[in-house]
Design a protein around this ligand. Structure first.
Ligand code: ZN
Length: 140
């Protein structure tokens, strides 16, 4: 088993470093998902801790290291967000806030129907909240 892998060693095997004319700083590309980022260790660690492909591989191998442990810490902080269902009053309050965000910000009524926005809100709410549709916002 030998010495524990150093952070640099750990990271080097998952990224390819390269220079890009578009960026001042050296870049790195994740071997697992092709995500490109600035070639800095903290960013690489943060990426791997969120890289589903990498985490799946490690889980399959049954291996843990500083990064998978970090990922587990991150996900174990979320149970509070993965609540069963929103209270009706809370849901109504969120809908009201969402409607205000659209109207006061002069956004399109369909703001929350945009797929990326939808997926963002579902993620941060632990899939407990679906924002109001454009028809619902329009009725307010
Ligand atoms: Zn990745």
């Amino acid at each position: 088993m030998g010495r524990p892998a150093t952070l640099k060693h750990l990271l080097d095997s998952h990224f390819r470093e390269y220079d890009s004319p578009e960026f001042k700083l050296k870049r790195a590309k994740c071997h697992h998902c092709d995500t490109e980022l600035v070639n800095e260790n903290p960013r690489k660690v943060r990426h791997l801790a969120q890289c589903d492909t990498y985490l799946d591989i490690m889980a399959e191998l049954g291996k843990d290291n500083a990064i998978t442990l970090k990922a587990k810490r991150l996900s174990s902080k979320q149970p509070a967000l993965q609540m069963a269902k929103l209270d009706k009053g809370v849901k109504e309050r969120f809908d009201k806030q969402a409607t205000l965000a659209v109207i006061m910000g002069a956004r399109l009524f369909s703001l929350f129907e945009e797929p990326y926005m939808k997926s963002f809100i579902q993620s941060v709410s632990g899939n407990t909240y679906t924002p109001p549709s454009s028809r619902k916002i329009g009725r307010k």
